[in-house]
Ligand binder design. Structure first.
Ligand SMILES: NC(=O)c1ccc[n+]([C@@H]2O[C@H](COP(=O)([O-])OP(=O)(O)OC[C@H]3O[C@@H](n4cnc5c(N)ncnc54)[C@H](OP(=O)(O)O)[C@@H]3O)[C@@H](O)[C@H]2O)c1
Length: 250
């Protein structure tokens, strides 16, 4: 039995990605803090396909020790794909930003993602067919004034994952490392970033994708040999080779 791990599966892109991988017949390990949401997702998947195994793990990835615990607790499973999707934003100017929100954001977006990517690649580098997909953002390729810390955290995700993909290629490793870089997508992300109760995408934004569309783009990344799947300024999804320049040796 092989499994697809999805962090941040309790809502938005992670939730729809779990459904999309389930529709492909993949067993799942779904991770987030909100247990009841994960249980609801598990029931939904099992109504669609009762043959699939869906494992629930609750983890607070803003506590970096919990990233180690999560990984170690999954050692008994054979993992085919690991998707680091959990992430959060903070929208304010740097001088005004709430550091109580910024610190956990950096720990989830950067530290836990790095720990989980490293441990997965270490164990699975030579396993044919394995993939690591890290969810960055279009703002990991263009700096967003008013969300600079978030944007910089996604620059890290993109640079780290593109660099890792190059290292794996140079080593002739069998595992692939890839980036999905969504632009505005209708999820809980904006309301959580802005600290508001609700956000009406249709009323406030001329263009955005649904989480289901983004899950379809995730599958396109999964199916392709490209390193990056990115939504461009016209809201078109493109698969491309590495975007950042890379220095191969010192
Ligand atoms: N929506 C957009 O416009 C957009 C654009 C570009 C990139 N992205 C990226 O897409 C990814 C998914 O976000 P989304 O849009 O689907 O937002 P979302 O609906 O808010 O989902 C975020 C997910 O991350 C999980 N998460 C947050 N903090 C966590 C923590 N401390 N520990 C464990 N899990 C945590 C949440 O689960 P719990 O709260 O249950 O823990 C939830 O499942 C993020 O990396 C985000 O940066 C989103």
């Amino acid at each position: 039995m092989k499994y697809t791990v999805i962090t941040g599966a309790s809502s938005g892109i992670g939730y729809e990605t779990a459904l999309a991988f389930a529709a492909r017949g993949k067993n799942l390990i779904i991770v987030a803090r909100r247990l009841e949401r994960l249980e609801e997702l598990k029931s939904k998947i099992q109504e669609i396909n009762s043959d699939l195994d869906v494992v629930i793990r609750t983890s607070d990835l803003s506590v970096t020790e919990q990233a180690y615990t999560l990984y170690n607790d999954l050692k008994e499973y054979k993992i085919e794909t690991w998707i680091n999707n959990a992430g959060l934003g903070e929208s304010s100017f740097v001088a005004d930003q709430n550091l109580d929100k910024v610190e956990p954001m950096l720990r989830v977006n950067i530290e836990s993602l790095t720990i989980l990517s490293t441990l997965f690649v270490r164990d699975y580098a030579d396993v044919e067919g394995t993939q690591l997909i890290n969810v960055s953002s279009a703002l990991g390729y263009v700096i967003a004034v008013g969300s600079v810390a978030y944007s910089a955290s996604k620059y890290y995700v993109s640079a780290f994952t593109e660099g890792l993909a190059k290292e794996l290629e140079l080593k002739g490793a069998k595992i692939k490392a890839k980036v999905l870089a969504p632009a505005l997508t209708e999820t809980e992300f904006v309301k959580n970033s802005m600290g508001i109760e609700e956000f009406d995408y249709k009323a406030n934004l001329p263009m955005y994708h649904t989480a289901k569309q983004m899950a379809d783009f995730m599958l396109e990344v999964y199916d392709s040999n490209a390193v990056v799947g990115i939504v461009d300024q016209n809201y078109e999804f493109k698969l491309t080779e590495k975007i950042y320049p890379i220095l191969e040796s010192l």
